[in-house]
Design a binder for this molecule. Structure first.
Ligand code: NAP
Length: 295
């Protein structure tokens, strides 16, 4: 068997084209396109390169994308920076460079951000709404993973395994799959028999950040495999799944080119949705001029 490759890039291109029209409509309505700020604390070269790549994609979608760097910050200073951005009416969306440097408390930091500007969907309100089955802002990687799964198979009733339980990737993917009526298991670093769990999965999402963790022979033949892992090894990006899994799977995401490009496009969509929610189109008749009550 040879798997179908699930190319996130094609879906990403279509989404970016659609976003451009939505961004233009917003710019016409209120005089400026959606604007996002990426707040980075002591970023390394790869984080800066990643954000610049996001900026190029944002330009394609017609969004303004700005990076602000805090060279060194404690949790209190980071909170203040997020509070300022939350209060700035010229900013529609804020993204926090992840992971934060050691010593900063991610939950404390995220709590300082207005959920209405949280394009990453990391505020506990967003995770809570997702768990409650009423998602508002969902982390882009999780949305991308579910989109690619659905392009290959209907999740309903299927055995799914998610490797990884981070708040940014594994957990939201598992919640989305559960809401799509899959039977979901979550594996993590304490899972005793990963091989057996993988062998039972019709849908496998690998998000551990451990290159080659999943061996090709472990897979259930005909599985749909979403490889979220991206780890640089000798200058090349590698996924969590042995690429030879393509000989056994029905469909698989390539690394790179699978989940990554669609994640970036879906992040852009999160920004556009926040901007649209902040300035909905006028409904019904225009308001009477002059203000005040009459009669
Ligand atoms: P993370 O916060 O480090 O979480 C990794 C998860 O994997 C943890 O839950 C950990 O278990 C689990 N894990 C680690 N080793 C394992 C093992 N040997 N067996 C089973 N589970 C194991 O990482 P993350 O932020 O979720 O990211 C995961 C991967 O996705 C990384 O490679 C990251 O670069 C990539 N990523 C890609 C995209 C994209 O767009 N393609 C976006 C975001 C992230 P414990 O909880 O027990 O520690």
């Amino acid at each position: 068997m040879s798997a179908r490759f699930l190319q996130g890039r094609e879906a990403a291109d279509r989404l970016l084209d659609a976003l451009r029209s939505r961004a233009e409509a917003l710019a016409e309505r209120r005089g400026r396109p959606p604007r996002a700020v990426a707040l980075l604390v002591a970023p390394d070269a790869s984080t800066l390169a990643y954000v610049r790549q996001q900026k190029r994609v944002a330009a394609r979608a017609g969004l303004l994308w700005e990076e602000r760097v805090l060279e060194a910050a404690g949790t209190a200073e980071l909170r203040r920076a997020l509070e300022r951005l939350s209060a700035d009416p010229e900013v529609d969306a804020v993204l926090l460079g992840w992971p934060l440097p050691a010593g900063l408390d991610p939950l404390e930091a995220t709590l300082a951000l207005d959920p209405a500007k949280d394009a990453d969907g990391l505020h506990p309100l967003h995770l809570g709404l997702l768990a409650a089955g009423r998602p508002r802002v969902v982390p882009a990687t999780a949305r991308a993973a579910l989109h690619l799964i659905r392009s290959a198979v209907a999740p309903e009733g299927r055995e799914a395994l998610v490797i990884g339980r981070s708040r940014t990737v594994g957990l939201p993917v598992a919640l989305l799959l559960e809401q799509a009526h899959a039977t979901v298991r979550i594996a993590h670093s304490r899972t005793r028999d990963l091989r057996r769990a993988v062998g039972e999965a019709e849908i496998l999402v690998a998000a551990a950040g451990r290159p080659g963790l999943v061996e090709a022979e472990w897979l259930r033949p005909g599985a749909v495999v979403i490889d979220v892992g991206t780890t640089y090894v000798d200058g090349r990006v590698r996924g969590d799944v042995d690429p030879r899994a393509a000989e056994r799977a029905a469909a698989i995401t390539p690394v790179p080119g699978g989940v990554g490009p669609l994640t970036t496009a879906m992040l852009m969509e999160n920004v556009v949705e926040l901007a649209e929610a902040a300035s909905p189109p006028a409904q019904g008749l225009p308001a009477a001029r002059g203000g005040g009550r009459s009669g």
